[in-house]
Design a protein around this ligand. Structure first.
Ligand SMILES: Cc1cc2nc3c(=O)[nH]c(=O)nc-3n(C[C@H](O)[C@H](O)[C@H](O)COP(=O)(O)O)c2cc1C
Length: 476
């Protein structure tokens, strides 16, 4: 099942019992964010939240926590809602192999229904803005997919980037944006600023659920997010041409905001409660001037709560971080079996691999740190043997506790790049990184006493089935 827009997905969520309409009147602050925060604290299967009775707003339609449980993530991929996480990751990886799937261009985008231009642009009249965490410096658009092109090669479809970068509202037609230096939009901005030019952008809000997944996915610089969305949806992604920039934007967006990042201007942005469970401070960030807003009639404002994990953000960037890492590693090291990078947006990754020779596991870990995601995030890599499941944390802990001789198996590399938001970095943006090699040494690495492992008895599998049968008979 492929959804062409957010509305189509919300109605499926509702049919599946995965959307909760809150009809009684709530306050914009703190109720909206507190409810989305709470969705991450009520256990498995949390629903998306819909609010349309918000004090002080005459006409608000707000969707929160849309990807905020494994059930909703499964439905976003068109899978049954009870699909286990590991199967969701495996299916995601299978669909990746269909990349690239060319998008389908459509003419009649519903966001063409209403337009504001020039001096008439007023974000506050289009969106029911509210703050998320109580220390936030202002209102944020934190689930937008931002489109930009490489100023040196604007006709290259793959180099056109679609990425999620949070935006702080700093005026009726002004935003501050945070392009992390390792991300594609930062490369586009650097090129534009070197030429002394503004960087045109299109900010799309309220997208179909797969678009939101690919916008936060660490792909190669010249790989198209639209062609990846097609592979993951199993159907071409519907796109349309944005009227001012001419960029390709999702056909089904609720709101399309066009303008430029103004060359070489910076303004204080933040603080903001982050995915790390800590606030960023106020920092100087590039500034966006909005020249045009196109929007559907009665637009839905989609936002995402983030803060101390787990929140919607962790579900959204779970499989979409594990799978690119797996594929990028396997391109050079086919021995790699699985990658779990689901903790704090992959600041830590667990990788299972077969070993070609002694020292191999450390090479895999170093490569992980130089992938598009690794450059800015992965700070700790735990490497385990091929028969240890990285998603089974007790097994990972067994490998760490029984295989690691710290003097040789823990490697610390100083002064590598990381997002400024990583709270332990010193200075911000620079950190030491750690490899924990929890694999069994192989030739010529002869350290330790691993020659006689105990394996599960060959009969244990049959016995497990037998015990389960006996137990269910005994329990009636
Ligand atoms: C909710 C959310 C907010 C994000 N905010 C930012 C941000 O402000 N700046 C940034 O550079 N990346 C941000 N990211 C991460 C990027 O979207 C992600 O790493 C993506 O892979 C970047 O792709 P790119 O390298 O193609 O630009 C955010 C991701 C999510 C899901």
């Amino acid at each position: 099942m492929a959804y062409d827009d957010l509305r189509g997905f919300l109605s499926t969520l509702e049919k599946e019992g995965q959307l909760l309409r809150i009809t009684e009147e709530v306050l914009p602050e703190p109720d909206l964010a507190a409810a989305a925060n709470a969705a991450g604290r009520i256990g498995e299967g949390a629903p998306a939240l819909w609010f349309d009775n918000v004090k002080g707003f005459t006409d608000a339609r707000i969707a929160l926590n849309v990807h905020g449980s494994w059930a909703n993530h499964a439905l976003a991929l068109g899978l049954p809602k009870h699909t286990p996480v590991k199967e969701q990751v495996a299916e995601f990886a299978r669909r990746w192999d269909a990349f690239p799937v060319a998008p389908e261009r459509r003419e009649d985008a519903p966001w063409r229904e209403n337009t504001q231009e020039g001096d008439d642009v007023d974000l506050f009249s289009v969106l029911p803005l509210f703050r998320l965490n109580d220390g936030d410096g202002g209102f944020y658009l934190d689930k937008a997919a931002v489109v930009s092109r490489d100023p040196e090669d604007p006709g290259h479809f793959g180099k056109q980037n679609v990425g999620t970068y949070r935006l702080q509202v700093i005026g009726r037609n002004r935003l501050a944006i945070q392009p992390v230096p390792v991300h594609d939009i930062a490369l586009h901005l650097r090129t534009a600023e070197e030429k002394g030019e503004d960087l045109p952008i299109a900010i799309t809000l309220g997208n179909d659920p797969v678009m939101a997944i690919v916008a936060g996915m660490p792909m190669g610089y010249d790989q198209s997010e639209y062609e990846m969305a097609g592979a993951l949806r199993g159907a071409p992604a519907p796109i349309a041409t944005a009227p001012l920039t001419g960029f390709d934007v999702p056909w089904g967006s609720e709101v399309v905001i066009e303008g430029v990042i103004e060359s070489r201007k910076r303004q204080i942005e933040g603080p903001f409660g982050e995915f790390t469970g800590h606030y960023s401070g106020g920092r100087r960030m590039p500034v966006v001037r909005i020249d045009r807003i196109s929007h559907r009639t009665n637009p839905v404002f989609e936002s995402l709560y983030l803060g101390m994990p787990w929140t919607e953000c962790d579900y959204l960037v779970g499989p979409n971080t594990c799978v690119p890492l797996l594929k990028q590693l396997r391109a050079e090291f086919p021995e790699v079996q699985a990658v779990n990078a689901m903790y704090t947006h992959g600041l830590l990754a667990v990788i299972s691999t077969r070993k070609r020779y002694g020292g191999f596991a450390k090479a895999v870990a170093m490569r992980a740190m130089t992938t598009p995601h690794g450059l800015g995030y992965i700070t700790t890599v735990i490497v385990v043997d091929e028969d240890v499941d990285p998603f089974d944390l007790p097994q990972v802990m067994w490998a760490m506790s029984s295989k690691v001789n710290p003097a040789d198996d823990v490697v610390v590399l100083p002064n590598l790049s990381v997002v400024e938001l990583a709270p332990a970095a010193q200075p911000a943006g620079l950190t030491s990184k750690m490899i924990i090699d929890a694999t069994t040494p192989v030739h010529p690495d002869a350290r330790g006493n691993f020659s006689t492992p105990t394996k599960d008895l060959p009969e244990a599998k049959d016995w497990a089935a037998r015990l389960q049968r006996l137990l269910s008979e005994a329990r009636g």
